[in-house]
Design a protein around this ligand. Structure first.
Ligand SMILES: [Zn+2]
Length: 348
């Protein structure tokens, strides 16, 4: 194990066997033997190696290659075994990078996600889910306004967000689970921002509602309702549309979408849930959207993709505080050293 870690750190630091050997004043054969685990460095040598490689000694003992994803919850379950495998390995790769950064730079460690106290313990009716979402907004001090950066809020609560490339033609649109016990949510880069946000809020719904739902309530539907209520609270929606409406303009749906970052479909579904519009009218809108192909691609402007800054920010801080070398930063961000260097200097 130590050997593999020495080799990893050496490659990350872009050092040859010989260069590392020179730094710690042994022969390159000695380093080679360490890496092949034919011999083991003593503690003095480990300290010297750690210094030469810009890592903490603990780095050599920590194994990240053993990340386990558990408690997985997929939003859509139509994925093939092969697709699932590919998604899982992409996520594990990203998790490894996060954990590796935390190793070099403990400030990047996140708090452990906890469902806050003070939420209703029991949900008997669908409508109670709105109360749950409102209460969570209160506890997290989010106010009544649109939530601008959902990913960042969730990250600050200890949920790690990973965005992966997964072409939208397959059925993946996100999952939640635990990576070595830490809460994660994965979303696809390819989806529009409103879709990503709905997925994030839906998965948050599962975490919040777990163990609180009456047995008559379907957890998937409840998580959808939670997502809508969390992103678009009743009070805010009534301010936009009024208390009661016979019909609404498509342009109104588009405006609310742009402001709150939810799809137009979610807007009228919410309007029906909080009884601004009737069930029949909401249904007719649904059919109209389907007929126009708007259930797949809405006519309004695309809502911009979510951004996750946290990981990148910590890498920049770690480089700046000299806890990691530039080449390590580049590796963690999957950038070439040159590109990363330019990025450091210009921000682009
Ligand atoms: Zn779900």
């Amino acid at each position: 194990m130590i050997g593999t870690r020495i080799a990893q750190a050496r490659k990350s630091a872009s050092l040859s066997l010989r260069a590392l050997a020179q730094k710690v004043e042994v022969s390159s054969t000695t380093i080679f033997k360490y890496e092949k685990e034919e011999s083991t460095p003593d503690s003095t040598m480990l300290i010297a190696l750690a210094e030469a490689l810009d890592v903490k000694v603990a780095y050599f003992f920590k194994v990240n290659s053993d990340i386990k994803l558990t408690n997985l919850e997929y939003r859509k379950r139509k994925l093939s075994r092969k697709e699932l495998k590919s998604i899982n390995s992409k996520v594990i790769n990203l998790v490894e990078k996060r954990l590796e950064l935390e190793l070099f730079y403990p400030k990047a460690e996140s708090v452990k996600f906890k469902v806050p106290n003070g939420l209703p313990k029991y949900v008997q009716y669908q409508y109670d889910i709105d109360d749950m979402a409102n209460r969570l907004r209160e506890i997290w001090n989010l106010g009544e306004n649109p939530i601008a950066d959902l990913s960042e809020i969730l990250e600050s609560k200890g949920i790690k967000i990973f965005m992966i490339d997964e072409s939208s033609k397959n059925n993946f649109d996100g999952f939640a689970g635990l990576a070595n016990g830490e809460q994660i949510i994965t979303i696809s880069k390819d989806w529009t921002g409103d879709m990503q946000r709905f997925t994030l809020a839906h998965e948050l719904g599962h975490l919040i509602l777990e163990g609180r739902l009456d047995s008559k309530i379907d957890e998937e539907k409840a998580s959808d309702r939670f997502a809508g209520a969390f992103l678009l609270p009743e009070k805010a929606l009534k301010e936009k549309l009024g208390e009661k409406r016979k019909r609404v303009e498509i342009a109104e749906l588009a405006m609310i979408k742009a402001e709150f970052g939810v799809s137009m479909q979610v807007v009228f579904i919410r309007a029906n849930q909080v009884k601004i519009i009737g069930h029949d009218y909401s249904n007719s809108l649904w059919k109209f959207f389907k007929k126009e192909g708007w259930d797949k691609k809405e006519p309004s402007e695309v809502y911009p993709s979510e951004k996750v800054y946290r990981f990148k920010q910590f890498i920049l801080r770690a480089v700046s505080e000299e806890c990691i070398v530039e080449s390590k930063g580049a590796e963690l961000l999957d950038m070439s050293i040159e590109k990363f260097h330019n990025y450091l200097m210009t921000g682009i």
